[in-house]
Design a protein around this ligand. Sequence first.
Ligand code: AMP
Ligand code: MG
Length: 391
Amino acid sequence: MISVKEAQDIVQQQSKALESIQLPLAQALDFVLSENVKAPISLPPFDSSAMDGYALRYIDGQTTFELMGEVQAGSNQAFDLKDGQAVRIFTGAMVPETANAVIMQELTEVNGTTVEVEGSITLGSNIRRKSEQIEANTIALDKGTLLTASGIGFLASMGIETVNVHRKPKISLLITGNELVQAGQALQPGQIYESNGLTLVSAIKSIGFGLQTYEMVKDDFDATREALRSQLEASEVIIVSGGISVGDYDFVGSALEEIGVAQYFYKIKQKPGKPLFFGGINEKLCFALPGNPASALSCFYNYVLPALRSLSGWAQPLLNRQKMICTTAFHKRGDRAQFLKAKIEDNTVRILEGQGSAMLHSFALANAMVYLDEASGSVKPGDEVEVILLP
Ligand code: AMP
Ligand code: MG
């Protein structure tokens, strides 16, 4: 069995960024830039007012200014202000070229055709200088940047319409298990409701990916093999739930072998999720997750998610980690690494009750996982632990 670190390294080696595509900016949220983006214009594109008030041309000691007119935001009206002259101006409006300060209206008083300024005047005040945010033709966002709402907004503010980003992989999900029933049907003795499907669909969606296909098969060798074969044709990352253990009705491993999927690893020294399988064929990747619901999701976050992110261009694909003080005790037995469902509260972390691999209740309440590596011992309240932040 390999360690968590070894397994994550293997996933990394097999998950290289996919090629670049051009997307309309409006569709580029959660994609990673595959090229540097240059600023097509300067920001701001002109000297603009940071306040509602008066733009004026100040000379030493002057407090009263002759009013020449007004400039609204969006107006292109130009004023050639002489010493001692001012215009009414609004936030975002173009500041007259010869103005040397903008005074906020709260510090002024208008008397007919003049405006009086209270207090001292600082040259250049309240003027947003052309290109103070960014200069035309310089790099606005680097290759490798993940486009968030703010990144999209920043590019939009320069009038950018399309961006080059890494393509995302096509993903398929295959759920196995004779005992599984969909909601809406009554449970017969021995049956349980299928939940990994919706769990994984939701997890995939929550990190900005979509699904190509989502199917269920019975524990049957031929059905499993044919479903895997067709999913491998239609998609690039296949995620299978269940059927990868050593039971007599676990056919996923042998079906993958028969269609030629090479094994990169099988079984990790970890809890939950020991029997995780990772393999591939023709640049396509296959993760077979153990069917226990908490194992499946834990394996998704620690192995599948990093692979999906790497394929779509992320340089740091693992979930963020942080050291924190743990407020609860945990008795660790054996030499397997543990991923424990946990809750961060007030900058400390609490390991939740109910860590069984079939239990989703604690996961549903968790916002983090405490990670104890293979060599770690038990945890006492007050110990510092490594915490994985869930998305
Ligand atoms: P398996 O990995 O197929 O041996 O399944 C391990 C355990 O997880 C069994 O108790 C299954 O009933 C359960 N299980 C497998 N697949 C699912 C699923 N899709 N939804 C809920 N439970 C499942
Ligand atoms: Mg099964």
